[in-house]
Design a protein around this ligand. Sequence first.
Ligand SMILES: Cc1ncc(COP(=O)(O)O)c(C=O)c1O
Length: 439
Amino acid sequence: MPIYEAACRYGGCRFHMPGHKAAPVMKKFFGRAASLDITELSFSDNLLNAKGAILEAEMLCAKLYGAERVKFGTCGSTVNILSLIHSLRPLGGKLIIQKNSHVSVYSALLLSDIEPVILECSIDEDGIPKHPAPGDVKGAVEQNPDCIGALITSPDYFGFCADLRGIKEALKGRLLLVDAAHGGHLPLIYEGIYLPADAYAVSAHKALLGLTGASFTAFNDEALFEPFMESFRMFHTSSPSYPVLASLDLSREGMQKNGQRLLKELAAACAELKGKLEKLGYACVKNDDPAKLAVKPPRGSGHHLYKKLEERGAFLELSTPSCALALLSVTDGKREAKKLFKVLKEVLPLLKDGCPPRSFAGFKTQRAMPYLEAAKAERERVPLSQAVGRVAAANAGLYPPFYPLVTCGEVLTPQICEALAECGEQAFGVDFHHIFVVK
Ligand SMILES: Cc1ncc(COP(=O)(O)O)c(C=O)c1O
C-alpha cells in the first residue's frame, strides 16, 4: 500500500501545511487520521504529477481492474466526470448522454461547450428510468454522425447495468465513457464489465472502502490519459487529502485480497434477505447489483417505508414512490442483512395504505432550444407558479438521485413545475420556489 505506507513512515518535523500539524488536540479528536493528514512532500508524491508512491498505487489499482492507467482523485466522481468530458473538447461538439445522467455530466457539458444529444429514458413498472438500449444509441449516432461518442451511467443508482458491449458496437468506433460511480465493485462480480469503455469514473466511497471523496478514473484507452490530466489539473484541488488517498490504497488492497470472497458472501446474504422479505410480504426490485437492495412495501409508498425505518434508527439511501433503497457494501454480510431484516419486520405492521404519491420519473418534455444556447441565454428568475410554458435556463430535478426532470432548453410543463414545487428542499435547480428561465 504505497501511499498508506509513505504517510505512516512520516516522522519529520512539520513546518508545512496542513497547519494542524497532527497536534495532540487533533489526535484526540481525529485519531490516526490526523497523523495521516500530510501534504505533498518529496516522499509522498504529487497527485497532479505523480511519479512516486501515488503512481505506484495507481498502477496497482490499474492492474486489479485490468486497465491501462488509473488516476486517483479526492473530489469524488464529480471532478473525474468534469475532467473526462472537458478533455474531449478538441474532438468535437456533441456527446450522447442519457436523460437521467448525474448533474456533474450536465455541468461538464456546459463548461466544455459540448452539446448533449439527450436520450429520453423510458420508465419501468417500479418508476425507475431504464438504460438506453444499443438501438437507441445507434439511432442517435445515425442522426448525429459528428458526435464524439457517448457517456453512459452504469450501474445506475438502483443497481441496473447498461448493455455496454452493445452500446460500444452501436457507437461504431466512437468513444464510450462510463459513469461507473456506483460500480467499483462490479468488475469483481462480472469480469470484464467495463472493458467496452474507453474510460470510466468510479466513486470508491460509494461501493468500495474509500473515505468520502475517494475516487478514480480508469483508462482502457491510454490515449485519453494525458488530455484528461490537462483538464483534471484545472478542476481538482491542489491540496489532496492524504487520508482519502490512503483509503484508495487500502481499498484496492482489500478488494484484491478479499473482494471476490466478500462480494460472494454479500450476494448470498442479499439473496437470502430478499427471500425472507418476500415471505413477509415485501417485494424486491430485481436488479444486477447485490449492493443495492430496493424494497417495495406491501402497503403505502417507498417514502412512507423510508420514514418508518428512519423513526427506528435505520437510515436508507433514498426512497421513491414505489421503494426504499438500501445500500449494502463489501463490509456487509449476514449480520447486517439480519439487522435490516429485523427492522423491516418491525415496521411492517406500522405501514399504512395512503394516497399513493406521484411518481416524478419520466415526465415528457419538449425541447425548444439547444441545451447550450439556453444555458447561456439571458435569464430571469420566476416563481414556479409562473414558469409553465417558459424555457428552462437551469437543470432542475430531485436530490437524491440528483438527475434532472428538466434540462436547459426544455419547456416547463405544469407537471414538472408542480413536481418541483412539491419536492421543496429535495429539489435542485429551484430556490425558494423560483427557477431560472430564458428571458
Ligand atoms: C450516477 C452518479 N454519478 C456521479 C456521481 C457523483 O459522485 P461523487 O459524489 O463521488 O462526486 C453520483 C453521486 O451520487 C452519482 O449517483
